[in-house]
Write a protein that binds this ligand. Structure first.
Ligand SMILES: NC(=O)c1ccc[n+]([C@@H]2O[C@H](COP(=O)([O-])OP(=O)(O)OC[C@H]3O[C@@H](n4cnc5c(N)ncnc54)[C@H](O)[C@@H]3O)[C@@H](O)[C@H]2O)c1
Length: 337
């Protein structure tokens, strides 16, 4: 019988792509989302891609009684936990809301796992846990540095909570430390839906190219990088989604080496802001209106992953290029009229 997987935040950007890959891999999927940062339309879009409608429950994971009632209703073989608030800037103004949502919900889920003897937990972590790493590319051995934002801190504390819980209780977990997810599904039926002014480069680029924003701001050209602009590791969201299936399978097959493990999920290649702009212009035969402005507070110089361990242990590697990601992001943008 197919394993039944709970995907929290499964109608969000990364969650929706992961639901598609789970269904493609033969899993039954139950999605929880409170629709705070997405729309119910995504459920139909997923169904159009895979031909199977995932079971959906509109639940706010901050309500413990509702989380409990959910697990009374469903038998769950694994959990992929995406649901969280993710705006770095906003997290500084609303720290308690971020701690409540990103950590409260996590604790409630883990308590249900403990009480019902469930297993196999995958957590959305972030390369922000490394801050500005002393060495590049960043391996999993790089130390976790004091978080620069409340959001980043929720990821660090989240990992600690999970590790402590796996030590005390009978379940195992993997945290995936994402680098910079970009792009959209090749069908362009699902993609990123940023609300308000995008904080991430690619939606900012596509909205500028679409004329929704007058100009793209490049924050700083005096970083210690080859062209002076900040360097990041942009991973296609479909490749990222597939890493979750690999991690889940590792846990289901008991191939994990520790009860709590963490892996870098990136491409291994760093690209500067100017390189991304050029690649976007070339991939889509467009010209972007951009200007260099001051550095943005909290931005680090460079981060890209050493993926050696993830490639080997998860038996997974990225397959899609930055160019493919940038094309799909643009096609997705064009459909958002
Ligand atoms: N996108 C990135 O750049 C990035 C990078 C590193 C880590 N992450 C992490 O990956 C995860 C998914 O990110 P995303 O980009 O897909 O974000 P997203 O906002 O698109 O998806 C999160 C989903 O969770 C839902 N949600 C939020 N709070 C909820 C709650 N209390 N109960 C039920 N549903 C709730 C939202 O409605 C949304 O659909 C998050 O944990 C995020 O912090 C994202």
């Amino acid at each position: 019988m197919a394993k039944q997987i709970l995907v929290t935040g499964g109608l969000g950007f990364i969650g929706s792509h992961t639901v598609v890959e789970l269904q493609n891999a033969g899993f039954d999927v139950v999605v929880i989302d409170d629709l705070s940062n997405t729309t119910i339309k995504v459920l139909d879009q997923i169904t159009e891609i895979t031909g199977t409608k995932p079971v959906f429950e509109q639940i706010d994971l901050r309500i413990k009684a509702d989380v409990k009632a959910f697990f009374d209703k469903y038998q769950i073989d694994g959990i992929i936990h995406f649901a969280a608030f993710k705006a770095v800037g906003e997290s500084m103004h609303k720290p308690l809301d971020y701690y409540e949502n990103n950590l409260g919900s996590l604790v409630y889920l883990l308590q249900e796992m403990r009480d019902r003897k469930l297993d196999n937990f995958i957590f959305s972590s972030s390369c922000t846990v490394y801050g500005q790493a002393d060495e590049l590319p960043i391996t999993e051995k790089a130390p976790v540095k004091k978080a620069e934002s409340v959001y980043g801190n929720t990821k660090q504390i989240g990992e600690e909570i999970i590790e402590d819980a796996t030590k005390a209780h009978d379940f195992k977990a993997i945290a995936l430390r994402y680098f910079n997810p970009v792009g959209a599904h090749p069908t362009t039926k699902i993609g990123e839906l940023p609300i308000g002014v995008p904080q991430n480069l690619i939606p900012f680029i596509t909205q500028t190219a679409a004329g929704l924003r007058a100009e793209l701001s490049v924050f700083g050209d005096d970083y210690d990088t080859p062209d002076g602009t900040a360097v990041r590791d942009y991973i296609h969201v479909v490749d990222l989604a597939k890493a979750h299936i690999a991690a889940l399978q590792r846990l289901i097959d008991n191939n994990n080496k520790e009860k709590f493990e963490y892996f870098n999920v990136g491409t291994g290649t760093g690209s500067s802001v100017l390189e991304v702009i050029n690649a976007f212009e070339t991939a889509n035969s467009l010209k972007l209106n951009y200007k260099i402005v001051d550095r943005r507070a909290g931005d680090i110089t460079a981060a890209y992953a050493d993926t050696t361990i993830a490639n080997k242990e998860l038996n997974w590697k990225t397959e899609l290029s930055l160019e493919t990601a940038l094309k799909s992001a643009w096609e997705w943008q064009l459909k958002q009229k």
